[in-house]
Design a protein. Structure first.
Length: 173
């Protein structure tokens, strides 16, 4: 029984598999919490335009996500931080673009549906929050998780990959 418990705990905190996915989802939830908190406070309390608030929230959420994923989710402490930072920045720029533009497009499309504005009235002013939730879920599952798992937190030897000898081997195959 003790071995089973020990093995289960090692699987949960270890690298890979379904538990890595679950850790990534928890990390995503923490990041989303900071993202949404910043976005809503800026938009509703400080009356910042929702696109700028969305961008600022995405930046704060991304920083949180990178730190948690590096240390806990993908356990990438063996990879140099600068390499992770450069790769994360590339993926993060894509994520911020997808989240910000997706939220803007969905919000503006929903605002053009007249029966929705009539149905919800004044509450419809906050439709960007619904748009942000939907877009962030799609971007999180489709873009963020996969790019981080496959690209950011993996130790790829790019010099070996791009070396002349390796390219000629691949061409001959």
């Amino acid at each position: 029984m003790a071995d089973w418990i020990k093995k289960t705990i090692n699987n949960i905190v270890g690298k890979g598999g379904i538990f890595m996915f679950l850790r990534a989802q928890l990390s995503s939830q923490l990041s989303s919490l900071s993202d949404f908190l910043i976005t809503i406070v800026l938009a509703k309390v400080f009356e910042v335009y929702y696109v700028y608030a969305t961008f600022s929230g995405s930046v704060c959420g991304g920083i949180t996500n990178c730190i948690v994923n590096y240390r806990w989710t993908f356990k990438a402490m063996g990879i140099k931080k600068r390499y992770v930072a450069v790769k994360y920045l590339m993926v993060w720029v894509g994520s911020i673009f997808l989240n910000t533009s997706g939220t803007y497009i969905m919000t503006e499309l929903l605002r053009k549906i007249t029966w929705l504005t009539e149905l919800f009235g004044h509450m419809f002013d906050d439709i960007f929050i619904v748009s942000k939730i939907i877009v962030s879920l799609i971007v999180g599952f489709v873009w963020n998780y996969n790019m981080q798992r496959i690209f950011v937190y993996r130790d790829h030897n790019y010099r070996k990959f791009f070396s002349k000898r390796n390219r000629t081997k691949n061409i001959k195959k």
